[in-house]
Design a protein around this ligand. Structure first.
Ligand code: MLT
Length: 409
């Protein structure tokens, strides 16, 4: 007799973005003439750049010719793409070997799957609020213990509140943690950790033989040269941190799908030797995953060319221009807005003590603008709301104009 994985039943709610989609469809059915503007999910809108398109075409052409056709590629991803990534990091003074990169189909699967190589009794610590994938995948794996609906927390998880008092950068875990999930620039708060703030976590992890799972998906949105774009900018991080990154927000690959993880060989945990964790991830990936599309990997290689980097820099600047319009637009009408300076998300306080979902409904019904309720990212997100800077400039400007003119405060 088969049974379902009981841990799925512990998931607190449906996945956040489908729930937003459901409420939005319901509103649209009731108001078919409303022209909605979507600043909810961080979904890219601008076309791929010319060099990247040429790279993708080249990938297709290679498959059309018997001499260049390839089926399965290198197990960890194409060697030339991994070497290009190694050069990319080296250009920022970090030494990562090409065989420490694992090419994937994006940061979401890697950030969800990585926990599977660690023991089930490892206690995870999460920034609160956080991208829901980290928490949910640890629930599904069976690490959570029961859910407490009054606090919105799971018994065995450690929450690291990110509040305006700590500039949305968490303190160290309040109880001993084994897996520490960090995301900087942060989704959803838009906060970016400084070198010293990351060093505190690296020192903690090395002392405890804990592992930091560092989601750097928004690293290319950092403009300030003093802010770290990789955890490996901190000395000693290779001994304790796995970094996950993606071409999605960097180059517009949300629908194309391509990412990478770095699992350093020198990263060790309590019961592992040099290279063990690295080889477990290799084993996991070669068992469950047959590699990113070879066409797409040609596109990724083009992103990392000089021309590609220049063009993708213009793309991220475009979205950061949107971020400025949103943040300033909110501030002009007296709303408290954070983030948005080195990250494509604006994190605002809901006005008048409204809950996040109350504000979602208000914004939708009054301004026909969709955002993301902060409480969907964890209990400390209650009373906050996220607006995404991904969108066509004209839509962003219209959304801000409507918020300013139609929202009753
Ligand atoms: C978000 O809106 O938080 C992200 O776009 C979701 C994702 O990248 O999976």
């Amino acid at each position: 007799m088969a049974r379902v994985n009981e841990h799925y039943r512990k998931l607190a709610a449906g996945y956040l973005f489908p729930e937003i989609g459901r409420r939005t469809r319901e509103f649209q059915q009731q108001h078919p003439d409303a022209q909605l503007l979507r600043l909810g999910i961080g979904n890219t809108t601008e076309p791929l750049t010319p060099s990247v398109i040429a790279g993708l075409h080249n990938g297709v052409d290679q498959l059309a010719d018997r001499e260049t056709y390839r089926g399965y590629g290198d197990e960890q991803g194409d060697l030339d793409l991994r070497e290009a990534l190694a050069r990319f990091y080296k250009g920022r003074s970090m030494e990562i070997a090409s065989d420490e990169f694992f090419i994937s189909d994006g940061a979401k699967p890697d950030s969800g799957n990585i926990q599977s190589i660690f023991s089930l009794d490892s206690r995870p610590a999460f920034q609160d609020p956080a991208y829901p994938v980290y928490v949910d995948t640890n629930v599904i794996a069976g690490r959570s213990g029961p859910y407490n609906p009054d606090t919105g927390t799971y018994e065995r998880f450690i929450y690291m509140p990110c509040t305006k008092e700590n500039r949305f950068i968490p303190e160290l875990p309040s109880e001993p943690a084994d897996l520490i999930y960090l995301c900087s620039p942060n989704n959803p708060t838009g906060a970016v950790a400084t070198h010293d703030e990351l060093k505190r976590f690296v020192d903690y992890a090395r002392d405890r033989k804990a592992v930091i799972i560092f989601d750097a998906s928004y690293s290319e949105y950092i403009d300030d040269p003093d802010l770290p774009r990789s955890i490996y900018e901190v000395d000693g991080a290779k001994q304790c941190a796995i970094e996950i990154n993606s071409f999605s927000k960097f180059a517009g690959f949300t629908g194309v799908r391509l990412g990478w993880s770095v699992v350093p060989k020198e990263l060790t945990v309590a019961d592992s030797d040099f290279g063990t964790v690295h080889s477990l991830w290799f084993r996991r990936q070669t068992t469950f995953f047959n590699g990113a599309s070879n066409i797409v990997q040609r596109g990724g290689l083009a992103v990392l060319s000089d021309a590609g980097l220049q063009e993708c820099g213009e793309l991220t600047s475009y979205y950061m221009g949107n971020a400025r319009i949103i943040k300033e637009g909110l501030q002009e009408i007296g709303l408290q807005a954070y983030g948005g300076d080195n990250a494509p998300y604006i994190w605002m306080e809901t006005p008048g003590g409204m809950t996040s979902w109350e504000f979602f409904d208000k914004l939708l019904s009054e301004a026909w603008v969709i955002g993301t309720p902060g409480s969907g990212f964890g209990p400390s997100g209650e009373g906050y709301f996220r607006l995404s800077a991904f969108g066509h400039r004209e839509d962003i400007s219209r959304a801000v104009d409507r918020i300013q003119k139609r929202l009753t405060l």
